[in-house]
Design a protein around this ligand. Structure first.
Ligand SMILES: [Zn+2]
Length: 123
């Protein structure tokens, strides 16, 4: 993170811009990556998610029937457990990926709001 306040030039329209701008006020080109959202709504979302996520994992693991099959001595039952285990891993990856996409979208919507606010001030 650069702390110094310096004047920069937009790489697209070459208008002077302030380094703290996220978007060029002249042409709207993205200059800087927006910082992580620190709004109350985003904070609550992250905190609630942090509380819920381990609970969901815990419930899933305790309710997961596949573990019994996976530990079974019966080869056929063990096979079912192995398949269930692969599905569990895949669904976990998909779940985290969706959570990641959801977070990105939340950040993006905050960014858009920020940009809209900045636009109304600039013009
Ligand atoms: Zn520009």
């Amino acid at each position: 993170m650069e702390q110094e306040i310096k004047n920069e030039i937009c790489s697209f329209c070459h208008q002077p811009i302030l380094s703290q701008y996220y978007f060029c006020p002249n042409c709207g080109t993205k200059i800087n990556s927006a910082p992580l959202s620190t709004t109350i709504g985003t904070q609550i979302g992250i905190y609630v998610f942090s509380i819920i996520l381990p609970l969901i994992c815990f419930i899933f693991i305790t309710r997961w029937q596949g573990l019994k099959y996976f530990k079974s001595n019966d080869p056929k039952a063990k096979r079912i457990g192995e398949v269930a285990f692969i599905i569990l891993i895949l669904s976990t990856i998909i779940f985290f990926w969706m959570a990641f996409v959801w977070t990105q979208q939340a950040v993006q919507s905050t960014l858009n709001t920020l940009n809209a606010d900045m636009g109304s001030i600039s013009f």
